[in-house]
Design a protein around this ligand. Structure first.
Ligand code: HEM
Length: 446
């Protein structure tokens, strides 16, 4: 049985529902006294960790989740072959993966992410920031000297009409796979085996310790977004389509970089103009495959409706792959924006002065097949999904060097845009394992 009530726990919070809160705090810590920490984990943290049932009943004010890095598990003495999670990328930590992910080096990284000192992260989410502050202060006083704060990041939804939109202005959180057995998929939503997201379930073919069952690897990345620079690029390069004003041509260029309009409407379904009603309609806004209706695969030469390089097409190629959704390369995203709105002087100078971006969170049962694959083998791979496609213009990284991107101009899809700056700059992050409640109760806190 894979029903919500049977698969323990917190994963629903950890994924979509968690993200819908207005505020979220990421609190990265080191464990200084493992014995004391374990005792506190059991008596003080465990009761606060939000279970799926509480989430559904909306019973809690501040939702709490906790996840551990490899060095954190070692600090808790969860070691030896029997406890090996068997994910090399997790074992080595994200800093060892930096160049593989396309980061130029770690000089852009938040210094606290360079190294493997971070043992864990607590995620606190609520609709009021005061409630997060109270819960966090309470936890810190209970945990006392058993932990040290290493770094923290404050995520918040953007205000007013931008609520739910990331900092470039596009509605986010539309498309996530649905995990087998939990919910019926909406039209166009990928239905993936439970084990593609949750460790130890059907579809996860790696040998795992028994206690790891129903946990999930949590990838955290702090992705800085250069919003004024992005907007300047759009303003400088409007698509020159008959019937479009320069402003509309710039909007179209941005939409083709993402694969959706700012409203969330997919450009494959509405290629020339935004359609806000389509954008907010969850029964229609994901219902496309990049193939023409009635066909199983896409036309490998046709980018008129959506470039092959578009962010959502690079990270989920749908019918561009002969196997369609039948890959192991799906993630559940649960990020939230961080940092302030663009100030007037930043906007007029076209230059970012105050850091803002996306606190990116992805869950999967296998980092190599999930986040790492999407970033390394798809977004950063000029030849995916065909040769000549170029980089994902949003997240495709080329070690800081310029990035060729094709297909963005529907009037001339062979026109090459050479992007000379990264609009998204990696500030690093860490790989974590988010255990089930029973693993916390029966293994990690004893
Ligand atoms: C979808 C923005 C980073 C993977 C989207 C969407 C937007 C967006 C606007 C469309 C809304 C939706 O479908 O929910 C961004 C921005 C990023 C970023 C601004 C960085 C600052 C990443 C990273 C990855 C990723 C690092 C993975 C390596 C995906 C996936 C989808 C998506 C898998 C859904 C595709 C689909 O199912 O159609 N992103 N994203 N994104 N993004 Fe990102």
């Amino acid at each position: 049985c894979h029903h919500v009530c049977c698969i323990d726990e917190t994963w629903l919070f950890r994924t979509r529902i968690g993200m819908r809160k207005v505020f979220e705090r990421f609190f990265f810590f080191g464990i200084s006294d493992a014995t004391e920490f374990k005792a506190r984990l059991k008596t003080d943290i465990l009761p606060l960790i939000t279970s799926t049932m509480q989430v559904i009943a909306n019973q809690t004010d501040t939702m709490l989740n906790i996840a551990f890095s490899q060095t954190g598990l070692i600090a808790l003495n969860i070691t030896g072959p029997a406890n090996d999670l068997n994910d090399t990328v997790f074992t080595n930590g994200q800093v060892a993966d930096a160049s593989n992910l396309g980061d130029p080096n770690t000089t852009n990284w938040v210094p606290e992410f360079v190294g493997t000192n971070i043992h864990g992260v607590m995620l606190l989410a609520s609709d009021t920031e005061a409630s997060i502050n109270t819960t966090l202060a309470d936890l810190q006083s209970k945990l006392g000297n058993s932990i040290t704060e290493i770094y923290s990041l404050r995520g918040a939804m953007r205000p007013n009409e931008n609520k739910g939109h990331e900092h470039f202005g596009f509605l986010d959180g539309i498309s996530n796979p649905t995990v087998g057995g939990f919910q019926d998929p909406l039209p166009g939503q990928a239905l993936v085996p439970t084990g593609e997201i949750l460790v130890g379930e059907t579809g996860d073919n790696v040998t795992r310790p028994e206690w790891a069952k129903d946990g999930s690897f949590l990838v955290f990345r702090q992705l800085k977004q250069l919003v004024p620079e992005f907007n300047k690029f759009l303003a400088d390069n409007p698509i020159n389509e008959p019937g479009l004003t320069p402003e509309q041509g710039s909007e179209l260029l941005g939409a083709r970089m993402i694969g959706r309009w700012k409203s969330g409407a997919p450009i494959f379904l509405t290629p020339k103009f935004d359609d806000p009603d389509l954008g907010k309609d969850k029964f229609r806004n994901n219902d496309f495959t990049f193939a023409e209706p009635g066909q199983n695969s896409s036309d490998p030469t046709d980018q008129s409706k959506c470039p092959f390089s578009a962010h959502i097409r690079k990270t989920r190629p749908r019918a561009d792959l002969s196997v369609g959704e039948n890959t192991t390369h799906h993630i559940v995203r649960a990020g939230i924006p961080y940092g302030p709105e663009v100030a007037d002087d930043e906007s007029s100078s076209n230059t970012t002065e105050i850091e803002r971006g996306l606190a990116f969170v992805a869950y999967q049962s296998n980092i190599t097949a999930g986040f790492q694959f999407l970033q390394h083998s798809w977004a950063n791979n000029q030849k995916f999904v065909h040769s000549g496609v170029g980089f994902d213009p949003i997240i495709g990284a080329n070690a800081g060097a310029q990035r060729p991107v094709n297909g963005l101009d529907p009037t001339n899809t062979t026109r090459n845009f050479t992007l000379t700056i990264d609009f998204v700059v990696s500030r690093g992050g860490e790989y974590f394992f988010s255990p089930s409640i029973s693993a916390i109760a029966n293994t990690l806190s004893v």
